[in-house]
Design a protein around this ligand. Structure first.
Ligand code: NAD
Length: 292
């Protein structure tokens, strides 16, 4: 059995939905869990004791947990969340960056406030919590980071420019941390979940019944575990299907000398041909495939 005995796991946004499901399962598998949530609405307004309720549930079931009501959206909040883990349990082994809000609007209706709030929680929130955690992970030579991306960011979805930009940004953040963390035993991966939560139940319609948050839990638990040797990857968990998602580069077309716009037009079919694609693991890796 995959266990988290002697390990400390931080789950952000764990007062509801997916984060709560992760927190309960980590605790069941022996982790001491920091349940972080400011307890606001789907759009990020207000606050409540949602984190404490989840802690109470874990403790009632015989587990170990500590609540943090800090917002991930500021560097101070991120530091305080990691400090809760250190103060209560003495270390941090795993961070699941899961906190999120929605401010969906079509592009021309998007106000700066809707952009900033979404970037602050999803993208900067993951920086704010992961950076102080990374320092502890580096010192102990071990860590697991999981970032919550979305199909809306990787593939696109109408009305979600702010959310999609933040969610695609999280893939970039995870990829670079996978490279920077390699020397220190730190693995970093991203997930793209589909689950029925308060955020999505209206959007999913009849599919909602097949999308319990518990269906995403096994993937996140595995990626957070000692057993996981994967890093620098993205996975989709949707309706019971678990799949790797990657950005590949086609073999492409090579010009002799400087190409013109007309050359690009003339060679589009070869530029777009997917057969024989590569999946580079860094900028240098891509350049190597070009030189080969
Ligand atoms: P949810 O609303 O149930 O959970 C999100 C939690 O994050 C809430 O409890 C909320 O209070 C908390 N949160 C919001 N702002 C916070 C802040 N500043 N600091 C701390 N906590 C904060 O929604 P969910 O569906 O469980 O979403 C979890 C994550 O999964 C989000 O990042 C979401 O974007 C992502 N996601 C969900 C789906 C899906 O199908 N449910 C799909 C793709 C991505």
């Amino acid at each position: 059995m995959i266990d988290f005995d002697d390990q400390v796991v931080i789950v952000t946004g764990a007062g509801n939905g997916l984060g709560k499901a992760y927190a309960l399962e980590f605790a069941r598998r022996g982790a001491a869990v920091v349940v972080n949530d400011l307890g606001g609405s789907v759009s990020g307004e207000g606050g409540s004791d949602a984190a404490q309720s989840v802690v109470d549930e874990i403790v009632a079931a015989g587990g170990r947990a500590a609540a943090s009501r800090e917002s991930v959206a500021t560097p101070e909040g991120g530091k305080a969340i990691v400090a809760t883990a250190i103060d209560a349990f003495g270390r941090v082994d795993v961070v699941v960056n899961n906190a999120g809000i929605l401010r969906d609007k079509s592009f021309l209706k998007l106000e700066p406030e809707d952009l900033n709030a979404v970037l602050d929680v999803h993208l900067k929130g993951a920086f704010n919590v992961s950076q102080p955690a990374f320092a502890h992970m580096k010192a102990q030579g071990y860590g697991r980071l999981v970032f919550t991306s979305s199909n809306a960011g990787v593939f696109g979805n109408f009305g979600q420019t702010n959310y999609g930009a933040a969610k695609a940004g999280l893939v970039g953040l995870s990829n670079v941390l996978a490279i920077e963390g390699e020397r220190f035993g730190i693995k970093s991966n991203a997930v793209m979940p589909i689950a029925k939560t308060r955020m999505t139940e209206e959007l999913l319609g009849p599919l909602a019944d097949r999308a319990a948050p518990e269906g995403v839990v096994p993937l996140v638990v595995y990626l957070s575990s000692r057993e996981c040797e994967l890093t620098h990857e993205v996975f989709s968990a949707a309706l019971g299907r678990y799949a790797r998602v990657f950005i590949g580069v086609t073999p492409g077309w090579k010009s002799d000398g400087l190409a013109s716009a007309e050359d690009i037009q003339a060679n589009l079919a070869q530029i777009e041909e997917q057969a024989g694609y590569a999946v580079p693991l860094s900028t240098l890796d891509e350049l190597k495939t070009v030189l080969e």
